[in-house]
Ligand binder design. Sequence first.
Ligand SMILES: CC(C)(COP(=O)(O)OP(=O)(O)OC[C@H]1O[C@@H](n2cnc3c(N)ncnc32)[C@H](O)[C@@H]1OP(=O)(O)O)[C@@H](O)C(=O)NCCC(=O)NCCSC(=O)CCS(=O)O
Ligand SMILES: Cc1cc2nc3c(=O)[nH]c(=O)nc-3n(C[C@H](O)[C@H](O)[C@H](O)COP(=O)(O)OP(=O)(O)OC[C@H]3O[C@@H](n4cnc5c(N)ncnc54)[C@H](O)[C@@H]3O)c2cc1C
Length: 405
Amino acid sequence: MDGLTTEQARLRDRAREVAQEAAAQAAATDRTEQYPWPMVRRMQEAGLMGLTIPREWGGPGLSYFDAALVIEELSAACAVCGRIAVESNMGALGAVMAYGSPEQRRLAAGLVLGGDKPAICITEPEAGSAATEMTTRAVRRGDGWVIDGVKHWITGGGVSRLHLIFARAFEEGRDLGIGGFLVVREGERDPPGLVIHRRIPSMGLKGMPEAEIRFEGLVVPDAMVLHPPGGFARGFGRLMDAYNGQRVGAATVALGIAAGAYRQALDYAGRRHQFGRPIAEFQGVGWMLADMSIKLEAARALIWRAARSAGPAGFPDRLAAAQAKVLAADTAIEVTNNALQLWGAAGYSRENPLERMVRDARMFAIAGGTAQVLRTQVAEQVLGRKLPQTRDGFLRQAAAEAGRD
Ligand SMILES: CC(C)(COP(=O)(O)OP(=O)(O)OC[C@H]1O[C@@H](n2cnc3c(N)ncnc32)[C@H](O)[C@@H]1OP(=O)(O)O)[C@@H](O)C(=O)NCCC(=O)NCCSC(=O)CCS(=O)O
Ligand SMILES: Cc1cc2nc3c(=O)[nH]c(=O)nc-3n(C[C@H](O)[C@H](O)[C@H](O)COP(=O)(O)OP(=O)(O)OC[C@H]3O[C@@H](n4cnc5c(N)ncnc54)[C@H](O)[C@@H]3O)c2cc1C
């Protein structure tokens, strides 16, 4: 019924095996707030890092859909492991594989297959949803670029080696547009000019560091600049094409957490007795479980559609990715909360996994494009018109439309 090929079913089984080990350490990862290096090694051994890396560069050349199957299984057990699987298959890695030189692809493939989860550096303190308002600058100097600026909420800051930095490029004072610049931390050593300034304490997914990173005269040679079609002038859009892959990945982590919480709720409803009966016999409980199952299937269907929309060398469709992420993020919040509700006080206890799942699920309506911003993106696509969010942009468009009447 799920339409998987034999290879895909095997891949999912392999991910399920690793997920059992991931489940065993998820509470400790949350409690200690330590990046789960032993799980990274396990995922690496099982061939779950760099699934989307083409064979030419040493990977198995699998699809975004295949990666999504793995991400859901890992996330149901340990959401931090799921996020590692996202960034070792999508996002920055996808951008390098699509737009990088052979040397850049070889470098990224080697790092990821060696256990690295690349970091993508877009958000700034004053440019969150309004990402194109970023002020991090890459200024042309000699055969390279000098980057100055601040990024925050950078997932993996302090553990990731490969960094894809979005910055506005300037040459002789001219604003060329937004580009992607690659920088590598060697082991624990930060290159001069890249400062992991601080770790940002977060509500959930605590084994994954979120960091503020400062660039202070960071030198990036030309050989480490990505070259999407259309150059810097179209750079942001093309980098976002790649980022649509990560939106599908983030949606899949949300789905996985929700699916894990649902399984916990189903199990508990069968074994918890009140009024002399399993609580599963109460209609109020049954309907909650029914709604959870319906929403999970709907979110999974949108995610699979979005993941499958990527052609062999392409990225998931922008509309499908945004639709899937909006539904999966909302579903994760609702399903994890209702699963906790069905566990009663036991769900609220830190001795059981549901309170962690509720906290872990919360980020997906914020990161990777908020629920509101993505709804606007969906509206733009279904209406077939730009919906400028700045006052100036809106007024310019209104004036242009009035002029046409
Ligand atoms: C896109 C926004 C930042 C809104 O900014 P603007 O109004 O200035 O931009 P637009 O004119 O809408 O777009 C500029 C340019 O980019 C193209 N574009 C935009 N989005 C996409 C997309 N999803 N896919 C493909 N192309 C895209 C757009 O067509 C324009 O192209 P042209 O110039 O016409 O060629 C804002 O809507 C937005 O997306 N904000 C969210 C920012 C975000 O997602 N940040 C994520 C940071 S990383 C992260 O959170 C990781 C978390 S995780 O673990 O995954
Ligand atoms: C756990 C986590 C991991 C992250 N990882 C990364 C990462 O690896 N790399 C990276 O670059 N960034 C990362 N981010 C940052 C993330 O992408 C931003 O938080 C997100 O884009 C929103 O920006 P903001 O937090 O500044 O919120 P703001 O943009 O300030 O938004 C505040 C509120 O206003 C609403 N809002 C803003 N604009 C509009 C609008 N036009 N219409 C309607 N509502 C609007 C938003 O929906 C939100 O509710 C991460 C964030 C989190 C929480």
